[in-house]
Design a protein. Structure first.
Length: 768
C-alpha cells in the first residue's frame, strides 16, 4: 500500500536528501528495512511510503508519527498529502511571493542606481553623493538593502534553522553569502563614519566604494527571481495530473424514476442509467443499452479517431461522445473507473525515482557541507596569499552563492514527471520511474500472439469434413458446438459464435474433460467426441490418415489455428480458426527494428501456424506450442542470458494481454500490458498501453529514450556547472587572467542553472 505525504520546507536537493536519510533511518530503526520503502521527491514536495500488505492501521500510524518527528528535527514538516503539494506555505504572509519579488527587484535596481550609477554617468544629489556626503551614501544603501533583506528574510530563517539542525541546504548558502555581504557593508559603514569623524579621508575613500550592500540585496533578489521562474516551470511540468483530472465532467445526466435529471458526477451509483448527448463527456465507465454514436477516446488511448459505440459496447469516463446519442448502464464509478486508475498510475509514477537519480542523490547529500568548507578554504587562501580582506570575502561569498544543488535535484524528477505526463497524453502509462528508464534500454521484445500481435477476435473461417466421414458440415459444427460450449477457451468462443450464427443444434452432452494445451472432449448424443491437436486424437487411438494430415498442415501453413475433430475414434473433420493481424503490427515491428530491437513471438499455436503468423507480422523469431509456464521460462532464460554481474548488457520486455501472460510479464525486466487486456495482465505490468495499437509500444520506447537523454543532459550540465563555477568563483583564474566574479553574477548564474535544467526537461512536452 502506497501512502503519499506532503513535506513542507524543502527548497533544494540537499533538503530532499536530508529528508530521505531521516526517513530511511526511522525505517531501519523500526526493523522494517527492506519492507517499507520511502521515496522523497523534491519536485512535488512529497514523500511516498510503500507499506507492506498486512500492516494494521495502528502500525502504520506509529511509523507515521516517528517519521514526522524525525523529519521535523531537520526543520521540515510532514503531513497528509493535499492537492496543493505544500504550496500553502507560500501563501502565508502579508504579501504574495510575486509582489515580494517585484518590490525586491525594484528596490535592488534603486540600490544599484545609488551604488553604481556614477559608472554609467548617473549623477546623485549632493545629499547622498559619495563624494559630498559619504555617510548618507552608505546609510541610503543600508536602508534599501535592509528592506530587501526583510522582504526575503525567509532565506535567513530557513537557512539558519537548517544549519543549526545539522541539515544545511541551499537556503543556508544564500543566507551565509548574503548575510556576510550585509555584515561587511555594516562594518564598512561604521568605518566611513569613523574616518569622517577622525578626518581620515583615505579610510573613507577605501570603504565608500566597497560597501557590498548591493551584493547582499542582489543575491536575494536574483535568487528569488530564479526560484519564482523555477516554480512556474515546475508547475508547468507538474500539470499532467491536473490536466487529466480537468477532463472529468462535474455533472451527469441520469434517468431516475423515469425522469431525466442532472446530478453531481460524484453522486453516480452502480447501475444508474446515464444519458449522453453529442458533444458531452461520458461521466463513468458504462455499457451502452440504447442508441449509438462515436466516442473520442484520446484521453485514454491517445488516438483521436472516434470509435463507434453501439448497444453492448463499453464506454469509458472522460471520453467525449462526438456524435450520436446513447443511454448506458454505469458499471464502474469513482476510483474503479479506467480513467481514475490512469490518474493513479500517473501520480504513482511521478512519486518514484529513476535509478539514474541515485548518483545525484548521493552528491546532493554532502554537497552543501562541502561547499561551506570550500568557501572557508577560499577565504583563508585569499587572506594568506593576498591579504585583501575585501577580495577574500567576495570570493568566499561567490563560492557560497554560485553553488547550486537545486539543478542536481531537479535534473531527474522534472524529466520523469514530464515524460510520464507526455506518455499519458499518448496512451502510454508508466507504473514507475524505473520502467520509464528501463524501457529505452530494451533490446529484445517478446510478444504474445493473440490479442497483441493479432486482434484477439478469432473467428471460425473454414469447416472441412474429412474424406469418408459420413457427416455434413452443419452436423460437424453442431457436434463441435455441443462440446466447445462447455469450454472457456477463446477458440471455443469462436466456434460457438459461428454455430450460433448458423443456428446449429446443441446436442445432449456429458462427461466433458479438458487436457491443458491439447484439447477437449465429451460424450455427445452417446458418441465420444475429441477436439484439439492431432496428438491428442492419436494418443486416444484415433487413426489420422495421410490425406487428413496433409489437409490439416496445409491450413496451418496459411497461418490459421487448426483443430481436428474425431467421433467415436474416427477422423470427422477440421475446424480452421483465423485471427487477423492488427493493421499497425507490421509497421510497429519495422519501427522497433529501426530502433535496434529484436522481436520474438510466443504462442501456443503449432509450429506451422506460428511460422506463418510471424512472417506476416515481420517478427524476427517465434516460439510455438507453448504453455503459460513455457512463456515465463523463455522470458526468464532471456533475462538471465543478458545478465553480466550487477550490470545488464541489455534488457528484455514482454508484451501481452491475457491472464496466461501475467507470469511472463512479471518476469521480464519491463512488462508491457495492452490496455484492452485482462486486469491480471495489467496489474502484472510495468507499462500499460491503454489502446489496442502496437504502435503505442514504439512511442513508449522512443519516449523512454528521449527522457533518459534529457536526464543525462541535465545531470551533465548540473555537474559541469558546479565543477566549473565553483573554482572560478573561488578565484583560480584571477592570478593568471585577472578574472574574478562578483556575488551578483554568481547569484544570477546560480538561478539560471536551475531554470535551465527545468526548461530543458520541458522540451519533452513539445517534441513529437
Amino acid at each position: 500500500m502506497n501512502v503519499r505525504y506532503t513535506v513542507s520546507g524543502m527548497s533544494c536537493a540537499a533538503c530532499s536528501a536530508h529528508v530521505q536519510r531521516s526517513a530511511d533511518a526511522v525505517i531501519s530503526e523500526t526493523g522494517y528495512e527492506g519492507k517499507i520503502v520511502a521515496t522523497v521527491v523534491l519536485l512535488s514536495n512529497s514523500m511516498t511510503v510503500s507499506y507492506p500488505d498486512g500492516m494494521t492501521k495502528k502500525e502504520i500510524s506509529e511509523i507515521e508519527d516517528k517519521l514526522k518527528k524525525a523529519i521535523k528535527k531537520g526543520g521540515y514538516v510532514m503531513k497528509d498529502h493535499t492537492s496543493d503539494n505544500g504550496a500553502e506555505a507560500d501563501k502565508k504572509g502579508l504579501i504574495s511571493p510575486v509582489t515580494r519579488l517585484i518590490i525586491s527587484l525594484a528596490l535592488t535596481l534603486l540600490l544599484m542606481a545609488v551604488s553604481m550609477g556614477h559608472m554609467v554617468g548617473l549623477h546623485l544629489p549632493d545629499v547622498i553623493s559619495s563624494d559630498v556626503n559619504p555617510q548618507n551614501f552608505a546609510l541610503v544603501q543600508f536602508v534599501i538593502s535592509l528592506a530587501v533583506v526583510v522582504l526575503n528574510f525567509g532565506f535567513y530563517s530557513r537557512g539558519m534553522f537548517s544549519l543549526f539542525h545539522g541539515a544545511p541546504n541551499m537556503d543556508t548558502l544564500i543566507a551565509i553569502g548574503s548575510g556576510s555581504s550585509m555584515l561587511y557593508g555594516i562594518v564598512a559603514t561604521v568605518m566611513i563614519f569613523y574616518g569622517k569623524h577622525t578626518g581620515d579621508t583615505q579610510l573613507v575613500h577605501t570603504y565608500v566604494h566597497d560597501l557590498y550592500f548591493e551584493s547582499a540585496a542582489m543575491i536575494l533578489a536574483l535568487v528569488s527571481l530564479g526560484k519564482t521562474l523555477e516554480g512556474k516551470a515546475k508547475k508547468n511540468a507538474a500539470d499532467a495530473v491536473a490536466a487529466l483530472t480537468a477532463m472529468l465532467p462535474v455533472t451527469a445526466r441520469v434517468l431516475r424514476d423515469g425522469a431525466e435529471m442532472q446530478i453531481p458526477a460524484e453522486q453516480l451509483e452502480m447501475g444508474d442509467i446515464i444519458i449522453v448527448k453529442s458533444g458531452e463527456v461520458i461521466p463513468a465507465d458504462a455499457v451502452v443499452i440504447e442508441g449509438e454514436g462515436g466516442a473520442d477516446e484520446s484521453s485514454l488511448t491517445g488516438e483521436s479517431i472516434p470509435v463507434s459505440k453501439a448497444i453492448g459496447a463499453k464506454v469509458s469516463g472522460s471520453c467525449t461522445l462526438v456524435s450520436g446519442y446513447i443511454r448506458a448502464r454505469v458499471e464502474k464509478i469513482g476510483e474503479d473507473t479506467a480513467f481514475s486508475r490512469i490518474i493513479k498510475l500517473l501520480e504513482e509514477a511521478s512519486a518514484t525515482k529513476a535509478p539514474i537519480s541515485r548518483l545525484a542523490d548521493r552528491v546532493s547529500g554532502i554537497f552543501v557541507p562541502v561547499v561551506i568548507g570550500i568557501s572557508i578554504v577560499t577565504f583563508g587562501s585569499w587572506m594568506i596569499f593576498s591579504g585583501d580582506f575585501s577580495a577574500a570575502l567576495r570570493s568566499a561569498v561567490c563560492v557560497l552563492v554560485i553553488s547550486c544543488p537545486c539543478a542536481l535535484g531537479l535534473a531527474t524528477p522534472t524529466a520523469v514527471l514530464i515524460g510520464t505526463g507526455r506518455g499519458a497524453r499518448e496512451g502510454v502509462f508508466f507504473r514507475n520511474a524505473e520502467a520509464l528508464e528501463y524501457l529505452g534500454q530494451v533490446r529484445t521484445v517478446f510478444f504474445d500472439k493473440t490479442g497483441t500481435v493479432t486482434c484477439g477476435k478469432p473467428t471460425l473461417s473454414d469447416v472441412i469434413v474429412a474424406d469418408g466421414a459420413e457427416i455434413s458440415e452443419g452436423e460437424l459444427v453442431s457436434v463441435a458446438y455441443s462440446v466447445e460450449k462447455m469450454s472457456s477457451h477463446p477458440l471455443s468462443a469462436a466456434v460457438c459464435s459461428y454455430a450460433e450464427e448458423i443456428s446449429a443444434a446443441e446436442l445432449p452432452t456429458e462427461g466433458f474433460f479438458s487436457v491443458t494445451g491439447q484439447g477437449i472432449g465429451a460424450v455427445v448424443d452417446g458418441k465420444t467426441v475429441l477436439i484439439g491437436k492431432p496428438d491428442l486424437l492419436c494418443d486416444r487411438g484415433v487413426n489420422l490418415n495421410s490425406a487428413f494430415t496433409a489437409a490439416f498442415e496445409a491450413e496451418e501453413d496459411k497461418g490459421k489455428t487448426v483443430v481436428a475433430v474425431s467421433i467415436d475414434g474416427s477422423a470427422a473433420g477440421i475446424l480452421c480458426i483465423s485471427d487477423t493481424i492488427r493493421e499497425d503490427t507490421r509497421e510497429a515491428i519495422e519501427q522497433l527494428h529501426k530502433l535496434g530491437v529484436k522481436t520474438v513471438m510466443l504462442t501456443g499455436d503449432n509450429e506451422r501456424t506460428a511460422a506463418a503468423m510471424s512472417r506476416a507480422a515481420g517478427i524476427d523469431d517465434y516460439r510455438a506450442s507453448l504453455l503459460p509456464e513455457d512463456k515465463e521460462r523463455i522470458v526468464r532464460e532471456a533475462v538471465e542470458v543478458e545478465k553480466d554481474g550487477k550490470h545488464r548488457k541489455s534488457l528484455v520486455a514482454m508484451v501481452g494481454d491475457g491472464i496466461n501472460d501475467a507470469p511472463a510479464l512479471a518476469r521480464a525486466d519491463v512488462g508491457v500490458a495492452m490496455g484492452t487486456g485482462t486486469e491480471v495482465a495489467i496489474d502484472s505490468a510495468d507499462v500499460v498501453l491503454t489502446g489496442d495499437s502496437v504502435n503505442s509500444l514504439v512511442r513508449a520506447v522512443r519516449l523512454s529514450r528521449r527522457t533518459m537523454r534529457i536526464i543525462r543532459q541535465n545531470l551533465f550540465w548540473a555537474m559541469f556547472y558546479n565543477s566549473v563555477g565553483i573554482p572560478v568563483a573561488a578565484g583560480v583564474l584571477f592570478p593568471a587572467f585577472g578574472i574574478a566574479l562578483s556575488p551578483m553574477i554568481a547569484a544570477a548564474a546560480m538561478s539560471f542553472s536551475s531554470v535551465s535544467v527545468v526548461c530543458n526537461a520541458l522540451r519533452l512536452k513539445r517534441r513529437k
